[in-house]
Design a protein around this ligand. Structure first.
Ligand code: CU1
Length: 154
């Protein structure tokens, strides 16, 4: 006997796969991963998220080996125009404050400073981030001038 799946069954299966793919892509845009080695660069110069996410989960990994007081990195989000001010004040705040001035309202989101082999995650809200582009950078002294990228909110 020759078994043939009905057209209806096939349609249901296709719809299921489509829904699964859609939810996967939605998840991918709401959860982002970025890393940095024992050098002054992120692996990604650009990150994209969907505005509809509401909240974004960011995981930042230091793929190097050096300690955080030597080659520490963090991920700081701000308007491009605020970068230098945040970094300058962050340097004064020191490693104990993750090179971010406590209560700095120009900082839209940030991770702690991590060293080689470490990883950290944060959740941040897109509410109030009305621009379509923001800058992210590492506020470790000497890193922020070149260690940066672009966050796009679609
Ligand atoms: Cu850094």
């Amino acid at each position: 006997m020759h078994l043939q799946p009905s057209r209806k069954t096939l349609t249901h299966a296709a719809t299921g796969v489509l829904l699964m793919l859609m939810s996967l892509s939605a998840m991918a845009a709401c959860e982002v991963q970025i890393s940095a080695p024992d050098g002054l660069s992120f692996d990604l110069k650009e990150l994209s998220v969907e505005r509809s996410c509401g909240t974004v989960k960011l995981t930042f990994t230091h793929t190097g080996k050096l300690a955080k007081n030597i080659m520490g990195h963090n991920w700081v989000l701000s308007k491009a125009a605020d970068l230098t001010g945040i970094a300058t004040d962050g340097q004064k705040a020191g490693l104990d404050n993750d090179y971010v001035k406590p209560g700095d309202t120009r900082v839209l989101a940030f991770t702690k400073i991590i060293g080689g082999g470490e990883s950290t995650s944060i959740n941040f809200s897109l509410e109030g981030l009305r621009e379509s582009e923001y800058t992210y950078f590492c506020s470790f002294p000497g890193h922020w001038a070149i260690m940066k990228g672009l966050l796009k909110i679609n």
